[in-house]
Design a protein around this ligand. Sequence first.
Ligand SMILES: CC(C)(COP(=O)(O)OP(=O)(O)OC[C@H]1O[C@@H](n2cnc3c(N)ncnc32)[C@H](O)[C@@H]1OP(=O)(O)O)[C@@H](O)C(=O)NCCC(=O)NCCS
Length: 170
Amino acid sequence: MLRPLRIGDEADVLAYRGREDVCRYLTNVPLDETTVESFIAARTSATRIVEDGDRILLAVELDGRVIGDVRIRAGKMCDRQGEIGWVFHPEHHGRGYATEAARELVHMAFDDLGMHRVWAQLDPRNFASARVCERLGMRQEAHLREESWLKSEWGDLAIYAILQNEWRGL
Ligand SMILES: CC(C)(COP(=O)(O)OP(=O)(O)OC[C@H]1O[C@@H](n2cnc3c(N)ncnc32)[C@H](O)[C@@H]1OP(=O)(O)O)[C@@H](O)C(=O)NCCC(=O)NCCS
């Protein structure tokens, strides 16, 4: 089930977003007991996209526990572009949950929010994340070399995207 994050999800979210391995390719550092509270508080209202920069962040719930989260973020509303992302607990990797949740996000982006293009950015070493993009039918559009200084090293960046008419054709 996809639903907004809410106060009370702290322990579940900390169980995956508090891990070094989960955060390896994220710009975020692992959450701790304190920061998980502000992380969730800042996102409980991320439920609609009506203005530039708005985002929707959804918890992925399985058997009453939050096992991951997915999000879509708008840039300028007039551009109708949505950036999507996903983070899951390693105990629930390899079962298609990220792909299934992300597919709903793309469906929502095109069919409910009227987006024109959906895109994702990721570290090219993050093969699992790249495979989620590919399973959604997204195409790799760029590989930027050493475009950021992240976690004490230069990081490459890959851009994946799919257009609304390509999604309809799938
Ligand atoms: C990125 C991330 C969400 C991908 O998770 P994942 O478990 O590989 O993705 P899915 O849940 O979609 O599972 C897909 C795998 O399950 C398998 N699978 C099993 N049943 C499946 C089904 N019904 N449907 C689709 N895939 C299924 C697929 O074959 C695939 O395995 P493969 O990659 O060996 O081919 C995960 O690695 C993660 O949370 N990483 C840490 C955070 C992160 O880096 N986020 C991305 C930042 S850009």
